[in-house]
Design a protein around this ligand. Structure first.
Ligand code: T3D
Length: 258
């Protein structure tokens, strides 16, 4: 398989691998559009409960393929609206959890992709660089939205202004990732984590993702209204019944029904 995106589904977990390892998975249009399509395909596939995004080889994603920019027949704005922005929106609105499994360097739009996941798992040797200012560009693909929410305005500005390299230990401290795993066992650890997540109640997680996504830009009043509406959908679902029954019967709930 030599597609720019590799797809494999195992035990309810679909792994989408950016596959241009010679260029640290720098993104061309084909990669970005295919990744968006594959995410939607995973969303529609009943066998998939969790999606992992990762990179082949030693890099996660080195951002825009700089060999692909000159001579392009789109403006920057048109290009972002055609490729990166639909991808980031797809990740954040997908009705299944998306894990960014950051196996190596994540730079530029690759850093944005690393931040866009609902959960961010890093290998020990992974690095994140808001590298845009090195080529005098503005952080895009959601970085200006994700990063200040995680680290605060001034830290985000500093990381962007100096294109500072953030290592895994610092990322964990700053809240840019949830867990760091050893390089040697990274994808096994990520798969095990994803399989645990796949056992959780899929409908409740879908609604939780929706509620959290909305709450990030809402008032408390709006969040309370949103919770009340979504709780009805959760409460009416068989998963809720199973959770309550399992509690009463003093057994583990089974949220993965064939
Ligand atoms: O619409 C729009 O187009 C605007 C959107 C912009 C979004 C963006 O992402 S802008 C930012 C673009 N990305 C960069 O500026 C990063 C460029 N890469 C680097 O600075 C370094 O490669 C890294 C710091 C990421 C990693 O450094 P290192 O030393 O580990 O690896 P390397 O040797 O530089 O790279 C390995 C190979 O990958 C190398 O190819 P070679 O010499 O072995 O044939 C290198 O040229 C290639 N590569 C890495 N990044 C890119 C790339 N090729 C094309 N585009 C890249 N972005």
């Amino acid at each position: 398989q030599d597609s720019v995106i590799l797809s494999q589904t195992r035990v309810g977990v679909c792994t989408l691998t950016l596959n241009r390892p010679d260029k640290l998975n720098a993104a061309n249009d084909e990669l970005l559009l295919t990744l968006t399509t594959e995410l939607r395909r995973a969303e529609a596939d009943a066998a998939v409960r969790v999606v992992i995004l990762t990179g082949a080889g030693r890099g996660f994603c080195a951002g825009q393929d700089l060999g692909d920019v000159s001579g392009r027949d789109m403006t920057f704005t048109e290009h972002l609206n055609h490729t990166y922005n639909p991808l980031i929106r797809t990740i954040r609105t997908l009705d299944k959890p998306v894990i960014s499994a950051v196996n190596g360097v994540a730079a530029g739009a690759g850093a944005s992709l690393a931040l866009a996941g609902d959960i961010r798992l890093w290998a020990q040797s992974a690095r994140l660089i808001e590298i845009f200012s090195n080529i005098a560009l503005v952080p895009d693909s959601g970085s200006t939205w994700f990063l200040p929410r995680l680290v605060g305005y001034s830290r985000a500005f500093e990381l962007m202004a100096f294109a500072e390299r953030v290592d895994a230990e610092t990322a964990l401290k700053l809240g840019l990732c949830e867990h760091v795993f050893a390089d040697e066992t990274f994808m096994d650890d990520v798969q095990a984590y994803a399989e645990r997540l796949a056992q959780r109640p899929a409908n409740a997680l879908k609604l939780t993702k929706q509620a959290l996504g909305a709450a990030l830009t809402s008032t408390l009043d709006e969040a309370l209204d949103q919770e009340a509406a979504l709780q009805q959908l959760a409460g009416d679902h068989w998963e809720h019944q199973e959770g309550v029954t399992a509690f009463k019967e003093k057994r583990a709930p089974d949220f993965v029904r064939a």
